[in-house]
Unconditional design. Structure first.
Length: 329
């Protein structure tokens, strides 16, 4: 005799068997039915962003890798300025164009702080913000900029900080942890001797700095106002390693020189390296503060494998940026 319980078990087994025979799935793998046929006509990603009323990305825009960044519009700039006898004209040119650098950085929405590692007092233009510029009274000679910079970053010159009025600072202007660090050496010579070679300075790891040089280049042309003692090969090496700028100290137009340097700093603040090479750069999904950016608002550089934000009106200090893409295998 079949009990009620046995009948129920038998009925359940028959039902399950019937379902399996009609299923389009085998061993967890879908049949060849096209994905589009299984989805509704509108295929947005429904996630937490969607529940908050934000516009989600479409499935076909999402790659398998996402690089995330927090944008910093803060920049600390350190100038190490050679004040040996041959540098008089360059010192005057630096002084005369310093305000242009600050103005260009500010126009690029950067919050800049300038540290001037230089022995001689500088006369800065009227209107220079005293909270944005400090002078560290320390001599930099022809070949020792790197060791002087290392001493600065280890705190050895804390007592040498002066205001733009050449008065002692009660507290040295600090280097901000969340600021991009740009180092600029201005000299007509090359680093040499113990502690002054490229290997003695670590701009990309310990300091996470970008190194720049207004220096003698292989292409520099001497003139009545500029004589290059040596090509600045040690500084060129550091700039190359950190993707910084190398500019010709014998340039006749220092105004344009400083403008280019400051524009490079602004660009680096909104440039972000991808973790891997993308299969198709055109398909990178760039999102700023959860808003998709148009393809005309950013540019990809294949040589550096980096994305630069071209339209920066919506960029704020602390903005969240994500780069989503399919990486090349």
């Amino acid at each position: 005799m079949v009990t009620h319980l046995q009948a129920a078990v038998l009925l359940g087994a028959l039902t399950l068997a019937s379902c399996k025979s009609d299923s389009s799935f085998k061993a967890g793998v879908a049949t060849e039915t096209p994905v589009a046929a299984q989805l509704p006509e509108v295929t947005p990603v429904v996630d937490e962003a969607n529940s908050r009323g934000e516009t989600p990305a479409a499935f076909d825009e999402l790659g398998s890798l996402t690089d995330k960044f927090k944008v910093s519009l803060k920049v600390d700039v350190v100038f190490a300025i050679d004040t040996s006898a041959s540098m008089d004209d360059e010192l005057i040119a630096t002084q005369n164009n310093l305000q242009k650098l600050i103005t260009t950085l500010n126009d690029g929405k950067l919050d800049s702080r300038i540290h001037l590692l230089v022995e001689q007092p500088l006369t800065l233009p009227a209107g220079t913000d005293p909270n944005k510029v400090a002078r560290i009274e320390q001599r930099v000679d022809s070949a020792d900029a790197i060791s002087r910079l290392n001493a600065l970053f280890t705190g050895l010159y804390a007592a040498n900080y002066l205001t733009i009025d050449n008065l002692p600072m009660a507290t040295p202007m600090p280097f901000r942890k969340d600021a991009n660090l740009e180092v600029v050496v201005i000299t007509d010579d090359n680093g040499s001797g113990e502690g002054n070679l490229a290997v003695d300075f670590d701009p990309t790891k310990t300091l996470k700095a970008t190194f720049n040089g207004i220096i003698g280049l292989p292409t520099s042309v001497a003139s009545d106002t500029c004589q290059v003692a040596n090509v600045g090969n040690e500084y060129i090496t550091l700039a190359t390693q950190s993707k910084g700028s190398t500019l010709d100290i014998c340039s006749a137009d220092w105004s344009g020189l400083i403008t280019r340097l400051s524009n490079d700093m602004v660009k680096r603040s909104v440039t972000f390296s991808l973790g891997k090479k993308p299969v198709n750069p055109k398909n990178i999904l760039v999102t700023l503060d959860k808003q998709k950016m148009a393809s005309t608002d950013w540019a990809y550089d294949d040589k550096t494998n980096a994305v630069t934000l071209v339209k920066t009106t919506a960029v704020k200090d602390g903005s969240e940026l994500t780069l989503n893409y399919n990486p090349a295998m």
